[in-house]
Design a protein around this ligand. Sequence first.
Ligand SMILES: Cc1ncc(C[n+]2csc(CCOP(=O)(O)OP(=O)(O)O)c2C)c(N)n1
Ligand SMILES: [Mg+2]
Length: 366
Amino acid sequence: MADTKTRRKTDDKKGGTKTELEGFSREMLHCFLRQMLLYRRFEEKAEEAYAIGKIGGFCHLHIGQEAAAHGLAGPLRPDDYLLTSYRDHTQAIAKGVDPGPVMAELYGRKGGSVGGKGGSMHIFGVDVGFMGGHGIVGGQIPLATGMGWAIRYRKSDQICVCCLGDAAVNQGAFLESLNMAAIWKLPVIYVVENNEYGMGTAFSRVSAQPVFERAQGTGVPAHAVDGQDVLATWRLMERLVSEVRKGAGPQYVDCRTYRFRGHSMSDPVSGTYRSRQEVEGKKDTADPITILRDRLFDEKLLTQGELEEIDGEVREAIEEAVRFAEESPVPDAADLYTQTYSQINEHGRLFLDRDHGEHPSATLNT
Ligand SMILES: Cc1ncc(C[n+]2csc(CCOP(=O)(O)OP(=O)(O)O)c2C)c(N)n1
Ligand SMILES: [Mg+2]
């Protein structure tokens, strides 16, 4: 939904007496809409800046998948972990990284979330539990499994959500990770953002089984959700987060979504791998922002005036992010050599330096 001017006529009064929808309060529903609009406007700005050469390198937009971002990250605590692929801008913002440092990272500036050295595919926000931004397809899956293991080792009640694309389920590390997570009952939720394609290849061409069935044989329970419906996605994640926090062990989610742009900024939106009609059809019927907006209009939980106010606030926030990026200096040449390797502690380890207690699995405690 690039345009907030509704296609339908709505009255501008605070309509009806309804105060909630499916247990979500009016305030919460407006907040969902605001956040999804923020992600959309952020990506539209990034697209614009890329087109005029202000952003270089790779840039993969998340437009069309905003409900997944918000539904997956929203129910998490700030100290829970979230990892994802290179399609990471909105996931980072959803987990709590400010849009300014995310935009500055895209611009390659010092004020970026990793000092301008990572760019679009490597956004991080360690203080809010956003653990990247990973360019290798499926590279984040074993990392998330390791984070789940670290959480158990430290006897913490955090959880880790690992987003991956549908194409990533064909990586060997996917099965190895789910198998290990199941054996050790690790607190990890593996969520496939199933947008039906890996670059220009339909999932059905590279897998005999649908995404949902790909966790079969690992012992990790599978769930499916309409990833264009932010309420459904939020509800499922809220339940899984609570169960996993109480020790239910790993979970697998087939989150059905769709990308409205090309694989990356340098790829066509449609072509030999999917038709223009298919994309246009999805934009008309499966835009997560339009779906929520229209439901709120229908239920008289939103007026046109409120929508315009929300959109105005969002546009201002994005302008501020762009200002922050443009005013931020480029990194110093000397910084090229810093933050390349992690510091090793006096025990010769990179981590595990806070708690030397018994690990729940004796076989691991060597
Ligand atoms: C190990 C590896 N192989 C190939 C690539 C090139 N590549 C980048 S994105 C991509 C498709 C991934 O699709 P999917 O996992 O469905 O995520 P989506 O882009 O749809 O979000 C490929 C093959 C890569 N980055 N890493
Ligand atoms: Mg995909």
